[in-house]
Design a protein around this ligand. Structure first.
Ligand SMILES: Nc1ncnc2c1ncn2[C@@H]1O[C@H](COP(=O)(O)OP(=O)(O)OP(=O)(O)O)[C@@H](O)[C@H]1O
Ligand SMILES: [Mg+2]
Ligand SMILES: [Zn+2]
Length: 506
């Protein structure tokens, strides 16, 4: 007999429907073949399915059995086909009514004794199921709340294969999983901008960066507060929209980071890879073709602390995602594209000893050492960072006397207003933030009057800035004007943007 079960697969972070077709012949030599699964996944899956069915005392393997995963045009990966294969087999051998599987999306890994294990990518696959018009989804308990994030599907969750079979036979009544998604969209943080004392200029720079999602690098001596400020950047960004949260959740799910929690990712990501991280872990790909840090940071902040300590190859590999806002990683069998739409925040010391430009301590480096040190960040990489900001340490004895800074909530309300202006400006377009404008949009929205033109020209001359950094400066100026609710870019806006691009290195 023949039976068909709906399941799904991940392509990048998106789900696609996969039909699991099971065929059990009535006579012939015993065999069990699975067509369409990738090499690596194949044998293990077959073993788990066979063992867990035998554990339930279904002796159905005494005949030729074929499983086919359609469409045939790509080899499917992942362990979540165990459950649809097992159920398809039971239907094909008349141990389960075939119509009980209609309109049902089925996902789940089996352990050898028939327990169901959580899998990656469930939110994306459930989304594909709903889009294909399926009515319900059967998933492992570990993935229940994740699947329930998708409207339009009734989600039922199970701990074992046995439970799932009883349910499909109609022997037990079950309620679909309750949804509790949206309220999580107002995240709370356990750090706050108010903890940053003094540092008015740096706080202002952070606000501008957040307002236009500009890349920013903090340069300063040890203990000046660079890491502290960077870690608080997400707290001044507006809450994510439902669409952003769903995208972030899909990426986390595809990366296998939702396994235990199965909750909507509602905080803007803050991803801080260690400087010893490999290129594959930062950029993505590798043997398992998973999203890397650049993708997991989408919608939020990628923080490179001690930025110059990162491998040159890793820093250079960041150029493409910084430009394209996505990464394409290839494997032997296919290429996959993941979003990589993050705001880069970097932190570094100005020189090897750390104290060049410090008001209190003497730098012990030679100019040659400093130049070599800074040279680890290539020109093209520097060009992609809109703001280069000097952080000078606040004296310890002054710190204790200073009052708390303005709260994250207060800063965030201005950032939100600026985001709102940009949303209106770019309505319907691809770019949502000033930092993401195309050349054409920059020309359109960053028009300068004669006075500003002259200012910019002189500055480019004086600092020897590239065309790319010129366009970055214009974009930052646009954000500063937006924060000031100004229609046009005034000289003061442009000057502040210029200063934010050039003064960090002095
Ligand atoms: N402006 C400030 N307000 C309050 N605390 C501060 C401030 N600046 C520094 N600190 C304190 O100093 C500590 C060290 O700061 P932080 O680790 O951010 O320095 P850093 O610039 O990253 O140094 P390093 O170059 O060594 O990494 C902070 O955890 C914080 O307690
Ligand atoms: Mg630090
Ligand atoms: Zn030094």
């Amino acid at each position: 007999m023949f039976a068909r079960v709906s399941s799904a697969s991940l392509l990048g972070i998106d789900g696609v429907i996969v039909d699991v077709e099971a065929d059990a012949a009535s006579a012939g030599l015993p065999s069990f073949s699975v067509v369409g699964l990738a090499e690596g996944a194949l044998k293990e899956s077959r073993d788990r399915v066979r063992s867990s069915l035998k554990n339930l005392e279904y002796n159905i393997f005494a005949r030729p059995i074929t499983i086919n995963l359609a469409p045939a045009d790509f080899r499917k990966e992942g362990t979540h086909f165990d459950l649809p294969i097992a159920l398809g087999l039971l239907a094909a051998t008349e141990n389960l009514p075939a119509e009980s599987l209609n309109d049902t999306l089925i996902l789940g890994e089996l352990s050898l004794d028939g327990r169901l294990r959580g899998v990656s990518g469930v939110i994306s696959m459930a989304e594909a199921g709903a889009a294909a018009g399926l009515k319900r989804a059967l998933v492992p308990s570990a993935n229940a709340s994740e699947a329930a994030l998708i409207e339009g599907l009734d989600v039922y969750s199970f701990d074992t294969l046995g439970e799932t079979v009883s349910f499909l036979r109609g022997g037990v009544d079950r309620e679909p999983v309750k949804r509790d998604g949206a309220k999580a969209l107002y995240p709370s943080y356990d750090t706050d901008f108010s903890e940053i004392r003094g540092q008015m200029a740096v706080r202002r720079a952070a606000e501008i960066a957040a307002a236009g999602m500009h890349n920013i690098i903090f340069i300063g001596s040890p203990g000046s507060g660079k890491t502290m400020i960077a870690r608080r950047m997400p707290t001044i960004l507006p809450p994510m929209s439902m669409a952003e949260a769903l995208r972030a959740t899909k990426i986390h799910s595809a990366a296998g980071l939702l396994r235990e929690r199965g909750r909507l990712v509602s905080k803007r990501p803050f991803v801080s890879p260690h400087h010893t991280a490999s290129g594959a872990s930062v950029i993505g790909g590798g043997a398992l073709s998973k999203p890397g840090h650049v993708s997991i940071a989408s919608g939020g902040v990628l923080f490179l602390d001690e930025m110059l300590e990162f491998g040159r190859n890793v820093l250079e590999a960041l150029r493409q995602p910084l430009e394209d806002r996505q990464v394409t990683v290839s494997r032997a069998s296919r290429t996959v594209t993941y979003p990589a739409d993050f705001m880069l925040v970097g932190a570094m010391n100005p020189c090897p000893c750390g104290y060049s430009g410090d008001k209190k301590r003497e730098c012990t480096c030679t100019p040659g050492m400093i130049e070599k040190y800074r040279g680890r960040l290539s020109g093209p990489m520097l060009d992609r960072i809109d703001m280069h900001v000097r952080v000078s340490a606040v004296d310890y004895k002054d710190l204790t006397g200073m009052k708390e800074g303005e709260s994250s909530a207060a800063v965030r309300s201005r950032v939100e207003a600026a985001h709102e202006i940009q949303r209106a400006r770019f309505a319907g377009g691809a770019a949502a933030f000033n930092s993401r404008m195309t050349e054409k949009q920059t020309a359109l929205y960053c028009r300068l009057d004669g006075k500003c033109e002259k200012l910019l020209e002189n500055a480019l001359d004086k600092f020897g800035l590239s065309a790319r950094s010129c366009s970055k400066i214009l974009k930052t100026a646009r954000t500063i004007a937006d924060l000031g609710e100004s229609e046009s870019i005034a000289p003061a806006h442009l000057l502040e943007a210029l200063q934010l691009r050039t003064a960090g290195w002095e």
